[in-house]
Design a binder for this molecule. Sequence first.
Ligand code: PEP
Ligand code: MG
Length: 819
Amino acid sequence: MIQLETQSIQLNAVANSKAEAISVVGQLLVGNGNMQPAYIQSMLQREQVSNTYLGNGIAIPHGLASDRELIHETGIAIAQFPQGLDWNTGETVYLVIGIAARSDEHIELLANLTHILDDVAAIQHLANTTDPMHIIRRLTQGSAAASDEPLPDDFPCHEDVVLKGKAGMHARPATAFVDIARQFECDIRVRCGSKVANGKSMLALLKLGAETQSTLRIMAQGKDETLAVAALAEAVRNGLEDEEELTEQDSQAAHATPVLELTTPAITGIAASPGIAIAPLHRFHPETLEFAAMADDPQHETERLKQAIATGMRQLQALHEEVNARSGAKQAAIFLAHQELLGEPDLLAEAIRTIHLGHSAGWAWNLSVQQKAAEVESLQDALLRERAADLRDVGSRVLRLLAHAKDQASCMPDTPVILVAEDLSPSDTAKLDPTRVLGILTAAGGPTAHTAIIARSLDIPAVVSAGDTVLTLPEGALCILDGDNGKCYISPVAEDIERAEKSRQQRHAIRHMEALACYQPAFTTDGQRIEVVANAGSAQEVELAIQAGAEGIGLLRTEFLFLHRDAPPTEDEQFATYHAMTRSLNGLPLIIRTLDIGGDKEAPYLQLPPEQNPFLGMRGIRLCLAKPELFRTQLRAIYRAANTGPIRIMFPMIASIEELLAAKEIAEEVRKELHAPNVEFGIMIEVPSAVMMASELARHVNFFSIGTNDLTQYVLAMDRMHPHLARQADALHPAVLRMIDLTVKAAREAGIWVGVCGGIAGDPKGAAILSGLGVSELSVSISSVSSIKARLRKLSSRDNQQLAQTALRCKTAAEVRAL
Ligand code: PEP
Ligand code: MG
């Protein structure tokens, strides 16, 4: 880092204009031998093309990139204007920091500057200090050293509380805290020891490094300060939604230890995902992305960065949906946290500041992310340090977008391998293809990292934290990876390969037995049959569902045909897909849900106007009725496919009789045009009005399928995608269960059957309660088919009914879960 000496500081400077102030710092830089006098002119010209006012009384004038030759040596000079100086209209400057930058040496110093930008008290102090060393220390000693300045006084309105939970202020409690804090207008600070954080910034809270049992002082200043302190203190006392990272099921999976004893020397790591893999090693090389350090047009660079962040957000949203549909909410939760991190205002603000110093978007973003990650990494707490990896993951997603780089996970060899990496990000792991990546071996990482959770959900054996030696292993060396015991064996002797292969096959045999049982129907102990079908979102998933023992497809989400493309799919294209599915299903039923786009799923080619509440807007059947051609094309494809297998049509988001009748009318017209066979109709029950009108709706359809994901969000008024509310939006809430009860009763009277295709159908407790309420079909994620069948086989319908009746009388979701 460059040195700041007292001759670089002009205290109590005098200037009548911005130009004069620039001249003051310019002269200092010239006098210190940093640049030629002509560069002052360049600094003035820069003001014509961009505004160098940073905010809160600080400006950072610097010259044009094209004049860099006029700089001898990188330097910084500071002029202090205690009375304030007009920079641009409405901008008063107290500290003018002139920069002559030939290289990047000044960046660390600027980063220190950004740490004090939102600290009004510190800036006032520097604007009035009579000791130049105060300024030098503050700019050269980094954020941690800031505490050698007197800390600002605590706000009078405050409360001390003890932090509970097992892991201190890690990402989840910090997110919960910020979420509450942002509902208040007042300024909120949190003190832990000598560190103070902005209570509305997740990163700032993480940087407190607050461990469990530490005392937090929650302080607020402003209109609603009393309420804010009370709410936050209460939330901290209640544990800030903190839970253990690993569920019992996860840890059993991670620690089941059938012993594989081999003679080849082992490299030992931590067992993170069970199973045995035997394959050659392949080194996963994180791509080095290169960026020009400098760029000429800050406006353009800022715009590029904002667009890349917006695209990154959309990608994370899609990844969340994909992992959620495949493996469940818990496994997918990390991608909600990533969205939160990507939305951190500080990250963008700091990058923009750096861009305005003449740097490119990629360079500035990288600096901002690396600095934040380094701060988080320096914390004591291991769980918190793992968040640094998440920050870098989020950061490189944006960098790749800026560099138009390819996804690393898509650059795998064609033959099966065991992947070796320093560490893998959750994003990279989620994209791995388990048929090509048989195992994962990492030098770093931990069993609670999200990468390990995702590896388990993909059923890829993994050993983590095996040390740096694994990075020196030769490419292509044969490896036995034992994910049960956290070991790997490189270039094993022949007998070991044989032993490991045998053990692998034994496991396979056990799985195979389970798979055989999964084809048997699920009868309760007293003979009640529950049909277990699967949710699918692609032709490949339909195949996988059948292999997993599903007795059909209870919900085909057809949106996959319509998303991530420039135009809607043609009738022929849709027909080919549905036909491929009926062929795979070979007589098993296929419930095709007509397009449920809108809400969080956008198809830009539909050119829908932006909506304030997309989940309450043009979504599902409403959209299809408003775009009859889109609807008709899909219905034509479905009716053509109905000639090839038992298809049922299901309409999503029905909220009124009129909608159902209008949809059926169009379908009937299409059927007649095609001389197609009659098919059964059903509707999704996912809107409260549909529950209340279930008796009337039931007269017009053959079945109901309850979409508990949406029904829960609309009954509880909690956005299902909300990073914090989503956890509370529990479909086992008695309010939702009572809605299901009303629906089943109405259906029974009308003589039609009821299924459930929301996530709760695949929850062991959910399956028992739903069948007890009279639901006769459960449509679950593919990975849950065999376990839900096995679960139902152990229960009696009488017990299920009793359980359901007790659940209906409960007052909270927690009470239901505790039954
Ligand atoms: C539901 O809402 O429960 C459902 C199954 O539909 P989706 O998740 O596709 O909205
Ligand atoms: Mg739904």
